[in-house]
Ligand binder design. Structure first.
Ligand code: NAD
Length: 378
């Protein structure tokens, strides 16, 4: 079968769904691979890099979609792309079925099969190698620190130089999931003093192992909801948390917020008053900007200065490191391809008896199969 990799057409998207290193491995698994001309350009992979490992270049999107049995994408398809699909084709990418019911129906009408990488059952340890939410969150967390350093007018590390003594920057990370932990590691490695908070107390050890200090909210409440994810906390907890965050805002130079609750708007953790209380030149990077923001003053997609504080609300942090994020994503999709092609003969089998594959498969031969039944944990 032929795997096709189109050029992403969403405005500003720089990632590509496969990179030459992964294409070489797909060819070894027995697949033919087509890449649309220029597909890897914004991630620094040239057409020649792809042909060198055995891919063929398709001159247009229409050719690419037409000749491919399986299409690898980053973003969900646009209506124009859906129009190019044909019966029996398999699409793999970030579809976000809950947020895109119309797209799901259009895909079903096309009688295709769709594997939505965001629907992976992440608690299966076997699924970790395919977990693109984790790999993209890791890149984004790192990039959030880089963006904060770029907007901040001082060193992160403390220095004693002939020109004077410089104190280390203080960084506070709100939410220590995948992105938050990556941000803690990146900020600590630049030499900052790093503190972090999460409603799930079980992450405290991980915060410390990455070089951070875990700051607790002075209020007893279990923070884990279903599947180890966060839940909406009680009003009493939220009040105690606001007091602690207000104190951090006065003390630190940089705040990076990553707090999300599945299926709910992002919790508002940083109020306008907290922003006002920060030192001039401070920076906030709000990684929850797309889900409504953790900070009251965030403008999604933009960096703004309010009360002397730069508030970065970029919603494309992974795409801003397209070479790295594409490489990791391509490897996630290669590992998925291995699971789909155990026979190593270049033909996939979407085996609905396999828990990981079942979870990912949101449309099967034109039938909507999302959401998958809950996993039975033995
Ligand atoms: P996420 O992006 O949904 O949330 C980010 C973080 O924000 C979470 O740690 C959450 O606890 C925190 N948060 C939510 N509300 C908060 C609040 N009011 N104040 C402070 N912090 C708040 O989460 P994520 O990074 O995608 O992943 C976190 C969860 O997913 C964890 O349970 C993790 O173990 C699980 N996970 C499991 C696997 C796996 O099993 N293979 C892989 C990845 C993630």
């Amino acid at each position: 079968q032929r795997i096709g990799v189109p050029r992403e057409i969403f405005t500003g998207e720089k990632r590509v769904a496969s990179v030459p290193e992964a294409v070489a491995k797909l060819v070894k698994l027995g697949f033919n691979v087509s890449v649309e001309a220029g597909a890897g350009g914004l991630a620094n992979f040239s057409d020649d890099d792809y042909t060198a490992v055995g891919a063929t270049i398709a001159g247009s999107a229409a050719d690419l979609w037409n000749e491919s049995d399986i299409v690898f994408k980053v973003r969900g398809p646009t209506p124009d792309e859906v129009a190019l699909m044909h019966e029996g084709q398999t699409l793999i990418g970030f579809i976000w079925p809950a947020q895109n019911p119309e797209l799901m129906q259009q895909l079903a009408d096309k009688k295709v099969t769709v594997l939505s990488i965001d629907a992976l059952p992440r608690t299966l340890s076997r699924a970790q190698k395919m977990d693109a939410l984790t790999s993209m969150a890791g890149v984004s967390g790192y990039r959030a620190v880089v963006e904060s350093a770029n907007a901040f007018g001082r060193f992160f590390n403390g220095q004693i130089t002939a020109a004077g003594k410089v104190p280390p920057a203080k960084v506070f990370i709100a939410g220590a999931g995948v992105a938050g932990l990556a941000a803690i590691g990146a900020a600590a490695s630049l030499g900052a003093i790093v503190r972090a908070n999460d409603t799930r107390a079980e992450v405290a050890d991980q915060v410390v192992s990455l070089g951070g200090e875990f700051v607790k909210v002075d209020y007893e409440e279990e923070g884990s909801g279903g599947g180890g994810y966060a839940k909406v906390m009680s009003e009493g907890f939220q009040q105690a948390q606001r007091e602690m965050y207000a104190q951090q805002a006065r003390e630190v130079d940089i705040i990076i917020t990553t707090a999300l609750i599945p299926g709910k708007p992002a919790p508002k953790l940083i109020t306008a008053d907290m922003v006002k209380s920060m030192k001039p030149g401070s920076v906030i990077v709000d990684m929850a900007a797309e889900q409504g923001g953790n900070c009251e003053l965030t403008v999604p997609g933009e960096a703004v200065v309010k009360h002397g504080v730069t508030i970065v609300g970029y919603t494309d942090l992974a795409s801003r490191m397209a070479q790295q994020s594409s490489t990791l994503y391509a490897n996630n999709l290669f590992r998925l391809s291995e699971e789909l092609c155990k026979t190593k003969d270049g033909v996939i089998n979407v085996n609905m008896e396999d828990d990981a594959i079942r979870g990912l498969t949101v449309v099967k031969d034109g039938e909507i199969t999302w959401p998958a039944p809950p996993l039975v944990v033995p």
